[in-house]
Design a protein around this ligand. Structure first.
Ligand code: ADP
Length: 641
C-alpha cells in the first residue's frame, strides 16, 4: 500500500510577493533575461557541487560530467532548465525559494515608486534571480535532489503568494535541479530551438560549463515551407553543447568581445545594468593568477547599509570555483568591485581561515587594489563620467583614505569635493584643481565640514575667506569629518579646517590690515574679559576673530576636536563626548557686539554674552543645552529694540 501524503502548503514571505509583483510588471519588456538568470543559478549550483566534491568525491555518484540542459515541449507548453549540480534539500527549497535573505529588502521596496521604468532599473540592481521565471511562466515547478541525499523534492507555485512542497519519486532526475516553466499564453517564442540557442549565446556563452540542447535534424529540403524554425527532434535525442563552455577569464583578452565581458559581469554581479569599466589581467611568475575586475555603473542600494554585504570577489583555483565573496581579496572600501580571481598556486582546499594570512593572498589583494585604482585614475580623465561615478561611490572610497594608508595619496587624488569656487553643490573639485587655483602666499588647503552642503556654504567661518578670495572645500558627507581627522597633507600642503584652531592668514594679509587687526584686539580687551567671565562655563577663551566679516561671533574648536555636528551625532548614538571647551570669537565691528559692549548692567550683559555664544553654536550645527532660555533672551532683546 502506498501512502499518499498531502503536499505541504507554504506562503511566500511578504517581501517575496512584492518583489514578484514588481518584477513581472517592470521587467516585462526585458522578459528574456529569465533564461540568463536560471542558467546563472544552474552554473552556480555546478560550481558548488564541484567545490564540495573536492573533499568528498562520492558526491559525484558516478556522474561527474557537469552540465546544464535546456529543453522544451511544444505540446505541453513547457520549458525546462536542468542541472546536475548541488541540488536543494527540503529545507533549502523552503529557505531559498520562499524568502529573500538580503538585509535591507524592506527599505529597498519602500524606495520603489511604482513607475515601471524607474523600478526596472532599481530591481535590476537588487538582483533578479530565480523569481524572474514568473515573468513568462504562470506555473513553475522545481524538482531537486541535494547531492548525497536520496530524496527528491518538488516545489510548485503559480507565483501568486503560495507554493507547495512534496517528496516525489523520479528515477530520471538523479542529483541536481530541474526547473519546469509552464509558459504563459503568448510566450511560445521560448518554445523554439533557434530562439533559445541565440539567447544562450547572447547571455550565457561565458558560462564555464556546457549548456546543452537537443541535437536537431534540419527538415528534409522537399518539405521546406519557409518556416525557419521547423526542426525535428528525434525520439531519443542526443545533447550537444551550444556555448563555448570555457571560463571567460581564462581566455586571451583579444579574443573576448565586449558583449561577452558585459554578460559575464551580469552573471557575477547580479546587476542588471552594464558595467562601467573592467580590467582583465594575467600575472605570470612564480605566483600566477588572473583577475577580472569590474566597476559597476551604479551603486547597489545597500552599499552604505551593510558594510560587509556581498563584499568580495569570486575566488577560483585553477578554474575550480572555491568561494563567493572572498573578502580577503579586497579591502572593505572597494566592496563595490565585482569579479573573479583565479589563482594557479593556492591549494584547492583553501578555506577562509587560510586566506586570512596567506602571503599569496596578500599579493593578489595588493595587485587587485592597484588595478582598481589604476582603472579609477583612467576613468577620472573622463570628467563627466567620473563625476557621476564619484557621486555614487565617493563616500565609500573616502573610507579608504583612512583605512588604506599606503594608498592615501592616490585616493586623495581621486577624491572630488564641493568648493566655494563653484556655484553648485556637486563634488567636482579635485585637490589638484584646488592647488592649481591657490593664491600666491597661500600654503594650506582650507576646508570646512558640516552636516549639509547648505550649512557648510553658510558657515560664518568662511567670511574672511570670501573677502580675501581664498577657496575653501565644502565637505558634508558623514565620512568627511572622520576622514579629515586622518589626513595631514596633500602634495606637501597641509589641510586646515577653517573652523578649528588658530587661523593664521597673516602671510595673506597686507601690513595695514595686520596693524588694524592688532589695534582692534587691544581695544577690545576689556570686552573680551567681560565675555569670558559671563561665559566661563561654556567657553575656554574669547578672542577677536580674524575669520568674521559679517557675523557677530563664531565658535572655534581646538585643532583635534570633532566638529560640532559630528559630536551631536555621536551623542545621539550614546557615546560620551569628552572633548575640550570651544573658543568664542567675536567681530568687534558688528553692531550687536558694539551694543553688547555698551551694556553696563552685568545681568543684562550676561544675556547678550549668552546670545552671542548660542547664535554661534547654532550656526555651527551645534545644539543648545537650554533652548527655552535662548528663546526668552531673544524675545526680550527684540522687545527692547
Ligand atoms: P541569488 O541567486 O541571487 O541568490 P535567486 O533568487 O536566483 O537568488 O536564488 C536563490 C537561491 O536559491 C540561490 O542562492 C541558491 O541557493 C538557490 N538556487 C536557485 N537555483 C538553484 C539551482 N539550480 N540549484 C541549486 N540551488 C539553486
Amino acid at each position: 500500500m502506498t501512502e499518499t501524503l498531502k503536499p505541504e502548503q507554504h506562503e511566500f514571505q511578504a517581501e517575496v510577493r512584492q518583489v514578484l509583483d514588481l518584477m513581472v510588471h517592470s521587467l516585462y519588456s526585458n522578459k528574456e533575461i529569465f533564461l540568463r538568470e536560471l542558467i546563472s543559478n544552474a552554473s552556480d549550483a555546478l560550481d558548488k557541487l564541484r567545490f564540495e566534491a573536492l573533499s568528498d568525491d562520492s558526491l559525484y555518484a558516478g556522474d561527474a560530467e557537469l552540465r546544464v540542459q535546456v529543453s522544451f515541449d511544444k505540446d505541453a507548453g513547457t520549458l525546462t532548465v536542468y542541472d546536475n549540480g548541488i541540488g536543494m534539500s527540503h529545507d533549502e527549497l523552503l529557505e531559498n525559494l520562499g524568502t529573500i535573505a538580503r538585509s535591507g529588502t524592506r527599505k529597498f521596496l519602500d524606495a520603489l515608486s511604482g513607475d515601471a521604468r524607474t523600478d526596472s532599473n532599481l530591481i535590476g540592481q537588487f538582483g533578479v534571480g530565480f523569481y524572474s521565471a514568473f515573468i513568462v511562466a504562470d506555473q513553475v515547478t522545481v524538482q531537486s535532489r541535494r547531492a548525497g541525499d536520496d530524496e527528491t523534492w518538488q516545489w510548485v507555485s503559480d507565483g501568486q503568494g503560495a507554493f507547495t512542497l512534496e517528496p516525489i519519486e523520479d528515477e530520471t532526475l538523479g542529483r541536481g535541479t530541474r526547473i519546469i516553466l509552464k509558459l504563459k499564453e503568448g510566450e511560445s517564442e521560448f518554445l523554439a530551438d533557434y530562439r533559445l540557442r541565440s539567447l544562450i549565446s547572447k547571455y550565457s556563452d561565458h558560462i564555464a560549463f556546457p549548456i546543452q540542447m537537443h541535437k536537431v535534424q534540419p527538415p528534409p529540403a522537399a518539405e521546406e515551407d519557409g518556416d525557419e524554425d521547423v526542426v525535428d527532434v528525434p525520439a531519443d535525442p542526443e545533447w550537444e553543447s551550444v556555448n563555448q563552455a570555457s571560463a571567460l577569464w581564462s581566455r586571451p583578452r583579444q579574443e573576448i568581445e565586449d558583449d561577452e565581458y558585459k554578460s559575464f559581469y551580469k552573471h557575477v554581479s547580479n546587476d542588471f545594468n552594464d558595467p562601467l569599466r573592467w580590467s582583465h589581467n594575467r600575472v605570470e611568475g612564480n605566483q600566477s593568477f588572473t583577475t577580472l575586475l569590474y566597476l559597476p555603473e551604479k551603486p547597489p542600494f545597500d552599499l552604505m547599509m551593510g558594510r560587509e554585504e556581498r563584499h568580495g570577489l569570486k575566488l577560483y583555483v585553477r578554474r575550480v570555483f572555491i568561494m563567493d565573496a572572498a573578502e580577503q581579496l579586497l579591502p572593505t572600501y572597494l566592496r563595490f568591485i565585482r569579479g573573479v580571481v583565479d589563482s594557479d598556486d593556492l591549494p584547492l582546499n583553501v578555506s577562509r581561515e587560510i586566506l586570512q594570512d596567506n602571503a599569496l593572498v596578500k599579493k593578489i589583494r595588493a595587485s587587485v587594489v592597484k588595478r582598481v585604482l589604476g582603472m579609477l585614475e583612467q576613468l577620472s580623465d573622463e570628467t563627466e563620467t567620473y563625476q557621476a561615478f564619484w557621486k555614487g561611490f565617493g563616500e565609500v572610497l573616502k573610507e579608504g583614505v583612512v583605512e588604506d594608508f599606503s594608498n592615501q595619496e592616490k585616493l586623495l587624488k581621486l577624491a572630488r569635493f564641493a568648493s566655494t569656487a563653484n556655484s553648485d553643490a556637486e563634488p567636482t573639485t579635485s585637490l589638484d584643481d584646488y592647488l592649481g587655483r591657490m593664491n600666491s602666499g597661500q600654503d594650506k588647503i582650507y576646508y570646512v565640514t558640516a552636516d549639509s552642503h547648505q550649512a557648510a556654504l553658510n558657515s560664518p567661518h568662511l567670511e574672511v575667506f570670501r573677502k580675501q578670495g581664498i577657496e575653501v572645500l565644502l565637505m558634508s558627507d558623514r565620512v568627511d569629518e572622520w576622514m579629515m581627522g586622518h589626513v595631514r597633507e596633500y602634495d606637501g600642503k597641509p589641510f586646515q579646517s577653517v573652523a578649528k584652531g588658530d587661523l593664521d592668514l597673516s602671510n595673506l594679509e597686507d601690513e595695514d590690515a595686520k596693524k588694524q587687526r592688532e589695534e582692534k584686539a587691544s581695544e577690545a580687551a576689556p570686552l573680551l574679559e567681560r565675555l569670558k567671565k559671563a561665559l566661563e562655563e561654556q567657553v575656554e577663551e574669547v578672542k577677536v576673530s580674524s575669520r568674521l566679516t559679517d557675523s557677530p561671533s563664531c565658535i572655534v574648536l581646538a585643532e583635534h576636536d570633532m566638529a560640532l555636528h559630528m559630536q551631536q551625532l555621536m551623542k545621539q548614538a550614546g557615546h560620551e563626548m569628552p572633548g575640550s571647551k570651544p573658543s568664542l570669537e567675536i567681530n568687534p565691528d558688528h553692531p550687536l557686539v558694539t551694543r553688547a559692549a555698551a551694556v553696563t548692567d552685568e545681568d543684562r550683559f550676561s544675556d547678550w554674552a549668552h546670545l552671542l555664544f548660542e547664535q554661534a553654536l547654532l550656526a555651527e550645527g551645534g545644539q543648545l543645552s537650554d533652548p527655552a532660555s535662548y528663546v526668552k533672551r531673544v524675545n526680550q532683546l527684540l522687545t527692547e529694540a
